[in-house]
Write a protein that binds this ligand. Structure first.
Ligand code: TRP
Length: 450
């Protein structure tokens, strides 16, 4: 990642953990987790999320990192090396990276708008709906976000990003804590805490469980070979098991805090928790307005959001780039340009689907399967989070559990028995049986089959 020639290596172990955590922590935590929770019953979503995180998320995380470190290849190459028949699963991951980036860069653009907007006047004065439904302005911001992502991947300046991460990530953490404290101390915040932390179990249904599972995969960057690619840059003396719980723990901490920053304020201001994708952008500027030096605070916060989004976006573009470099023998420079161009072309209809293309549905309503009609943005989000990522995770588990084999995987994890892995037995059962069956059942209930 860090070099323009050769495949590169992480500068240090901390460098890898930071980069992998940087991939995981992004808009998925700050923007998506709170609004998904708000649309799916609040605390009950959080509870199901945590359950799936431990059972499936950590299991798949370890499996992906292991395949990556073992093969030292990109997602598609990794599958191909271990079993040629499975290469298409890696290919599906590359496709998935394009689709995620198509809407991710749009939201990244929104964050840039809010960052700049907080200098001009106050972010609270931005008319969110007016902005995102406009035909031109959001696309310009999307383009800026695309260019920033591309510059980092093109120049292979991951080293600089690794160093910057060491400052920005802890800063983001501290900022969210401060915002959460402000939010929780607003008059009337109690109702929000209740909504966010006190689960109403009667609200559980297949839709909530599928949404939570999709969010676990999205937030941990799992199910499409991103962690295979990152694991491939690891060398042998790095602890896979430690990464497999530390990254999810950090990621979940940030997502949880984001919810704690948003829900109390939602209720304190008498707003709706199920406002959807506009939730963070609508609420947080209001919270900043209640803080001393709020404008300054807002600017720094949105800068940190942009940074978190960028470290995730580069990991997605990296999947695409590594594919073209390793499989099509295209130079890194050309590969990253092809990647970002394709992404931007898909991002344009995503942005327009908020306004001018609002009536164009690329997925029609399928009432029997709980699928509403969807435009580009929602369709790409739905197809990736709720279908392709969990499916990719399911296939990866079957692949590692039954094709490559858990014995081979455990051999890689323990460096041939050199280091210990006390949960090896449990992990084998999780990979071979629990995770694949659970994912399959969640699909069935989410799509109304059971
Ligand atoms: N996890 C990132 C976030 O939460 C987004 C992301 C980066 C991602 N790489 C990924 C999602 C790979 C799915 C797959 O913002």
């Amino acid at each position: 990642m860090k070099e323009t020639v050769g495949r590169g290596r992480w500068a240090s172990k901390a460098g890898f953990v930071l980069a992998a955590a940087g991939s995981a922590v992004g808009l998925g935590n700050l923007w998506k987790f709170p609004y998904m929770a708000g649309e799916n019953g609040g605390a009950v979503f959080v509870l199901v999320y945590l359950l799936i995180l431990v059972l499936i998320g950590m299991t798949v995380m370890l499996a992906e990192l292991t395949v990556g470190r073992h093969t030292q290849l990109d997602a598609l190459g990794a599958y191909k090396k271990l079993s040629a028949k499975w290469a298409w699963v890696g290919g599906m991951g590359v496709l998935c990276a394009f689709l995620i980036m198509a809407f991710y860069t749009v939201v990244g653009g929104w964050a840039i708008k809010y960052f700049i907007g907080s200098f001009a006047s106050a972010a609270a004065n931005i008319d969110f709906v007016g902005f995102i439904t406009a035909p031109v302005e959001p696309i310009i911001y999307t383009l800026i976000f695309c260019l920033l992502t591309w510059v980092i991947v093109f120049y292979g300046i991951g080293g600089g990003i690794e160093k910057a991460s060491k400052i920005m990530m802890p800063l983001l953490f501290i900022f969210i804590i401060i915002i959460a404290i402000r939010s929780c101390t607003l008059p009337g915040a109690g109702a929000g805490l209740d909504y966010y932390l006190n689960p109403d179990l009667s609200k559980i249904n297949g839709g909530v469980i599928l949404a939570a599972m999709g969010q676990v995969f999205f937030s941990l960057s799992l199910g499409m070979g991103c962690m295979i690619t990152y694991g491939s840059y690891l060398d042998r003396n790095s602890s896979l098991t430690q990464s497999a719980w530390m990254i999810p723990a950090l990621d979940t901490g940030v997502a949880f805090l984001a919810g704690l920053a948003i829900f109390p304020a939602v209720f304190a201001f008498g707003m709706q928790p199920d406002a959807g994708p506009g939730l963070m952008f609508g609420i947080l500027p209001q919270v900043f307005a209640q803080m001393p030096a709020g404008t300054f605070f807002a600017a720094i916060f949105f800068l940190l959001v942009i940074f978190a989004a960028l470290t995730s976006a580069i990991s997605l573009l990296e999947v695409v780039t590594a594919y073209f470099v390793d499989e099509k023998a295209i130079k890194r420079s050309g590969a990253s340009i092809i990647g970002i161009l394709g992404i931007f072309i898909l991002a344009v209809p995503c942005s327009l689907s908020m306004g001018s293309l609002a009536g164009v549905h690329i997925i029609p309503e399928i009432a029997a399967m709980n699928i509403p009609a969807m435009g580009f943005f929602d369709a790409f989000d739905f197809l990736t989070s709720k279908v392709m990522l969990p499916l990719g995770g399911l296939l990866l588990c079957i692949f590692v559990g039954w094709v490559w084999g858990t014995d081979n995987a455990i051999n890689e994890i323990t460096d041939g028995g050199f280091s210990s892995f006390s949960l090896a037995g449990i992990w084998s059962v999780l990979v071979k049986f629990v995770a694949p069956i659970a994912i399959f059942l969640v699909f069935l209930s989410g799509f109304g089959v059971i």
